[in-house]
Design a protein around this ligand. Sequence first.
Ligand SMILES: C[S@@+](CC[C@H](N)C(=O)[O-])C[C@H]1O[C@@H](n2cnc3c(N)ncnc32)[C@H](O)[C@@H]1O
Length: 275
Amino acid sequence: MTDIKSMKLYTHLGRIYRELGELGIMVDDELSVDQLSAFDQLHYHGTQALDVAMAMLGVDGGQRWLEIGSGLGGPARYLAAYSDARITALELQPDQHEVACNLTERCGLSQRVEHVCGDFLDYDRASASFEAIVSWLALYHIPDRPRTLLNCHRLLVPGGRFYTEDLIARGDIGDDQRKLLQRDLYAITLRRIDQYQRDLEKAGFEVELCTSMSSNWAEYVRLRLAAYRADRARHLRVHGEAAVNAMAEFYLAVNRYFQSGKLGGLRLCARKPET
Ligand SMILES: C[S@@+](CC[C@H](N)C(=O)[O-])C[C@H]1O[C@@H](n2cnc3c(N)ncnc32)[C@H](O)[C@@H]1O
């Protein structure tokens, strides 16, 4: 089985501290969510994507939200800062979890964001613990989709919402291509958009919105690669050769898969029925 660290985005985590250093922010300094948001969002379109989710889900006071695959904690901090919700941020990788805890504490948000390190497949908090479950570019990493969705259904209150932006397959993907996608993107569960929607319905959800993001994200990753290459000299000065080569290879691979027409994405919102 491929290791998640074969995906180069998850190496050289010190990048975020180097970027903050460029702004004159030292390791123990206090921080704001807005200072961080250019560096701590590991999905497409950064906080704009989170604004879309908040508009769709509503941000009524006192809600409890779970984010699956919370990375460096960027989405969880932003949601906590711009809503009244309390966020549980679940992250598999201990090194990312540790960075996330440090940044959240320095933002003064530790009372609003609870960081938990673990695998969602083992996550056994009490049933009906959350009004919403959200996830950006994480569910495609998790091997057992039926079990993942049944656990989401169990964890939500009746009427609760499930919201995700995730990677999907477009058409059939051969075994060789799947192996490469596992190595470069740790893509373990890639479903087509129609299958994704059906999986949710089978788990007991009513799908309210299911939109393809494939063309939009193909353009986003193309421009991201071009911008990273154009600024290579600056990145080398800040991060050094090993980190820059890792990121450049990652952006190149993602762009290649999107432009091949085999990889795409979706935005989906579903509801657990009241009864
Ligand atoms: C592409 S990152 C996105 C992070 C965050 N959602 C964001 O948008 O900034 C996906 C994250 O999901 C985490 N992840 C993968 N499998 C997981 C699992 N089974 N349980 C919890 N987290 C998981 C990864 O470790 C990674 O940090």
